[in-house]
Ligand binder design. Structure first.
Ligand code: ACO
Length: 428
C-alpha cells in the first residue's frame, strides 16, 4: 500500500520533507518545519477567502459541488425537502439522527413554548424607526438577547447549550417577524403555540390584530421547504463567522448575531434581494441578451448565479424552482418567474457561463417565492438567517465540543513598512 504521505523538496535549500496526509489534507503546521534559514519562521500557505483551507472536521453537512450533492447528516436534501419538516431537520442537524416521534414531540414542544421574547426586546424593536432594514434589527436584537441570557456564556455545559439552542431557534423566528412588522409600521403579533413552526411565522408576519389568521397550507409547506433548504451549508461565510466568534468562547447569542451580519452581504445571503433588483433592472425578456453582454463584459454580475462550491446546478435551486411553481399557482403568476427562466435558459447555453461552470444557486428563485408570499425584499435575508440559525448552532456546538479547536487566528503576509522612528508632526 502506498504511504499516506507527501514529499516536498524545498528548492531554496535542496532539503526534502515528508508530510503525512490524513483525510486528503496536510496539516498546515507541518509546513512550518520547512525553513530556508535558521531565523525563518517556517512555510505558510496564502489563501485569501480560505478557498482551499479546511478549518474543522465536521460531521454535519456534506456537499459535492461538482456533482451537485447536498446531504445533512447523510440524508439527501431532496428527501428532506420532500418528507421532513424544518424542526425535524433542525433536530437532525444538531443531534446527528432523525428523531423518534417522542423525541420530535419533546423538541417541538420545547422550542414552540419558548417563542416569546422578553418585553424589553419588544420595546427595543419598537424603538427602531419605521422603515428600518429588518436585517439591522435582527442583528442588533440577537446581540441584545445575550443580555437576558447571561448564563449562555457557559458554553461547555451541555444543559445550558441545549436550553439556549432551543430558545434561539424559537426566538429568531419571533424577532424576524417583529422586525418585519416594525419595518412596515405594523403592531407586533405574538407567537401562537398552536401552529406549526412555519405556520406561526406566517401568522406573526401577516396576522391582523383581532382577526383569526388562517394559515394557507401551500404557503406553509413552501416556507418550511425553504427553511429546510437554507438550514445548513457547511463552512460558508456566515457559518465560518459563527465558528470564528464562537472560538473565543463568546455566547451563542452574540455569535449568532455575528453570523447574521456575515449573511447580510450581497455576495452571501443578500443575493436573493439582489436577484430581484437585477430582474427589475432588466425589465423585460427582450432586454436579457443585452444584460448578458454586460455580464460578459464584466460590468455587472449575474446575481443568483455561481457558487464557491457548486460547479454544477445547486440542488437547492432545483427544489426551489419546483416550489416556485406551486406558490405561483396559489398566489398568481409573477412575470419575473418567466424572465428568470428565460435568463437561466440563455445563460446555461452561453459559453461564458458554461466555461466557468456558473449555474443558478439557491438564491436565484427563492426571492421570487418570498415576494409572491408577500414579503418585502429586505426580509429575504432575514428569512434565510431565521432558517440558518439551526445550522449555525449545530456547527457552533460541534466547535465547542471539538478538542482540536482553538481560538481562530489566521496569519498574514506582512508587506508594510519596516520599523521606523516616530516623527513629531512639525517634522513631517
Ligand atoms: N456573474 C458573472 N460572472 C461570474 C459570476 C456571476 N454571478 N460568478 C462568478 N463569475 C465569474 C467570475 O468573474 C470569474 O471569472 P474569471 O475567471 O473570468 O475572472 C469566474 O466566474 C470565477 O468566479 P469567482 O469570483 O472566482 O468565484 P467565487 O467562488 O469567488 O465566487 C460567488 C462565488 C461569490 C457566489 C460568485 O459566483 C458571485 O458573486 N455570484 C453572484 C452573487 C450570488 O448569487 N451569491 C449567492 C451565493 S449562494 C449563497 O451565498 C447562499
Amino acid at each position: 500500500m502506498p504511504a499516506e504521505t507527501i514529499t516536498i523538496t524545498d528548492n531554496r535549500t535542496g532539503k526534502t520533507y515528508e508530510l503525512s496526509i490524513q483525510d486528503e489534507t496536510i496539516r498546515a503546521l507541518d509546513l512550518r518545519k520547512i525553513r530556508a534559514h535558521d531565523e525563518d519562521f517556517g512555510l505558510m500557505t496564502y489563501d485569501p477567502g480560505y478557498t482551499n483551507t479546511t478549518s474543522c472536521k465536521s460531521r454535519i453537512t456534506f456537499i459535492d459541488g461538482d456533482k451537485g450533492i447536498l446531504n445533512y447528516r447523510g440524508y439527501p436534501i431532496e428527501q428532506l425537502a420532500e418528507s421532513s419538516s424544518y424542526l425535524e431537520t433542525a433536530y437532525l442537524l444538531r443531534s446527528g439522527e432523525l428523531p423518534t416521534a417522542a423525541q420530535l414531540g419533546e423538541w417541538t414542544k420545547s422550542i414552540v413554548s419558548q417563542s416569546a421574547v422578553p418585553s424589553f426586546i419588544e420595546g427595543l424593536i419598537e424603538s427602531f424607526p419605521v422603515g428600518s432594514h429588518p436585517m439591522g434589527m435582527l442583528i442588533s436584537v440577537l446581540g441584545a438577547l445575550s443580555t437576558a441570557n447571561s448564563d449562555s456564556k457557559h458554553v461547555y455545559d451541555v444543559d445550558v447549550r441545549t436550553k439556549h439552542i432551543h430558545k434561539l431557534i424559537a426566538q429568531v423566528a419571533t424577532i424576524s417577524a417583529y422586525a418585519y412588522r416594525r419595518q412596515s409600521g405594523l403592531p407586533l403579533v405574538s407567537p401562537d403555540a398552536n401552529l406549526s413552526f412555519s405556520g406561526n411565522v406566517l401568522k406573526m408576519m401577516f396576522g391582523k390584530t383581532g382577526e383569526r389568521y388562517r394559515v394557507n397550507p401551500v404557503l406553509e409547506k413552501a416556507l418550511d421547504v425553504l427553511f429546510i433548504l437554507h438550514a445548513d451549508h457547511e463552512q460558508n461565510c456566515s457559518t465560518s463567522t459563527m465558528r470564528m466568534v464562537g472560538s473565543s468562547e463568546a455566547d451563542p447569542y452574540v455569535s449568532t448575531a455575528a453570523a447574521a451580519a456575515a449573511l447580510y452581504g450581497p455576495l452571501h445571503g443578500g443575493a436573493n434581494e439582489a436577484v430581484l433588483k437585477m430582474l427589475k433592472e432588466i425589465g423585460t425578456k427582450s432586454h436579457i441578451p443585452e444584460y448578458i453582454q454586460r455580464v460578459k463584459a464584466g460590468e455587472v454580475k449575474l446575481m443568483g448565479f455561481g457558487h464557491r462550491v457548486y460547479k454544477n446546478y445547486d440542488p437547492r435551486a432545483r427544489i426551489i424552482k419546483h416550489t416556485a411553481y406551486q406558490v405561483f399557482e396559489t398566489m398568481g403568476t409573477n412575470p419575473m418567474l418567466d424572465m428568470a427562466i428565460e435568463l437561466e435558459r440563455i445563460a446555461l447555453e452561453d459559453e461564458y457561463f458554461v466555461k466557468r461552470k456558473l449555474y443558478p444557486n439557491v438564491d436565484f428563485y427563492s426571492g421570487m417565492i418570498y415576494q409572491a408570499m408577500g414579503f418585502p425584499v429586505e426580509m429575504f435575508t432575514v428569512l434565510f438567517g431565521l432558517a440558518r440559525t439551526s445550522g449555525w448552532l449545530a456547527q457552533w456546538e460541534e466547535l465547542v465540543t471539538d478538542d482540536d479547536q482553538k481560538i481562530g487566528r489566521p496569519r498574514q503576509i506582512f508587506l508594510g513598512s519596516p520599523e521606523r522612528k516616530y516623527l513629531p508632526i512639525s517634522e513631517r
